[in-house]
Design a protein around this ligand. Structure first.
Ligand code: NAD
Length: 285
């Protein structure tokens, strides 16, 4: 193996420690304790674990949390009423509705009900618009975590060829704006891209956000490239990324593992966003 491993666990720990220090400084300088409101509808076991981990992370960095757990049969109207009330609640800085909601609830309607000033998941149209416009705002946690990892790895982004495979609203599209803002030359590849290996081989920075286990192999990677694997795929052989780690780590200059790469960054960036939302709300009041 030749590639340097980018250790997401270590970087996420550093980010959380930084947030803990900044929360303490904010409070010491007269600020309020930031508060994250989490909303969970239904009984999906994975969603319960994700939300519990987010609440634990809040405690660890000194951010307060209030949790709302609603039964699976909650109506969309009732959920939207709660989300709007959290928007009006002066004691709440960030709103996180764990997605996906049960099938009878439209996730887009839920996202549209979130106060953009408290949109710590960076999912609202306002947050997306600010990001595309290159203006300050709350950035979706997973793509923000990818940039943090690239910075930690010392990857030069200015002028670099960056190829993102995947164009989802959650990961691929925000990464286009984030990498453009860092002056990379950005290509967004997707399921209709012709000759994916050739497009990917152009990349100095290759980011996979697809959801197909080990789709990207050695033939997709330029020697020495930095490879970031956002994919989390449960297979019979365990958790797999979108990148064939064994093969690609022989060629890449640096690579994130799965698990232990991008995954741990998402909650860390949620903490960053919640503090940022608290600071920006306190400035405005
Ligand atoms: P998505 O399904 O919304 O989007 C997938 C994208 O991949 C689409 O734009 C599609 O065009 C593209 N695609 C599909 N098949 C392709 C192919 N054969 N060749 C090229 N492109 C193809 O997925 P998403 O929400 O962006 O998630 C992508 C992966 O990242 C998933 O494995 C997901 O579990 C993972 N994920 C991880 C985190 C985290 O680490 N915390 C967060 C979000 C998503």
């Amino acid at each position: 193996m030749s590639a340097k491993i980018i250790d997401g666990k270590q970087v996420s720990t550093e980010v959380r420690e930084r947030v803990a220090d900044q929360v303490a400084e904010f409070i010491a300088s007269g600020g309020h304790q930031p508060v994250l409101a989490t909303v969970l509808v239904g009984d999906d076991p994975a969603s319960h674990v994700y939300v519990a981990n987010k609440i634990k992370a809040c405690e660890a960095v000194g951010i307060g949390s209030v949790h709302h757990e609603l039964p699976a049969e909650t109506s969309q109207d009732d959920l939207l009423t709660l989300v709007r009330a959290l928007g009006d609640d002066d004691g709440v800085d960030g709103i996180l509705v764990q997605l996906p909601p049960p099938d009878h609830i439209d996730p887009d309607a839920v996202i549209a009900a979130i106060d953009p000033a408290k949109d710590v998941d960076g999912l609202t149209a306002t947050s997306a618009g600010l990001l595309v416009g290159g203006r300050p705002g709350l950035v979706s946690c997973t793509p923000a975590g990818v940039i943090e990892l690239l910075d930690h790895a010392g990857t030069e982004l200015e002028g670099a060829e960056a190829v993102i495979v995947g164009r989802s609203n959650l990961v691929g599209k925000p990464l286009i704006s984030l990498l453009l803002a860092r002056n990379a030359t950005v290509t967004a590849a997707h399921s209709r891209t012709r000759d994916l290996p050739a497009v990917c081989r152009r990349a100095d920075v290759l980011i996979a956000a697809v959801g197909v286990p080990e789709l990207l192999g050695a033939e997709h990677v330029k020697p020495g490239a930095t490879v970031i694997d956002v994919g989390i795929n449960r297979t019979d052989d365990g958790l797999k990324g979108d990148v064939d780690f064994e093969a690609v780590s022989e060629i890449a200059g640096a690579i994130t593992p799965v698990p232990g790469g991008v995954g741990p960054m998402t909650i860390a960036m949620l903490m960053v966003n919640t503090l940022a939302a608290a600071k920006s709300r306190s400035k405005q009041s």
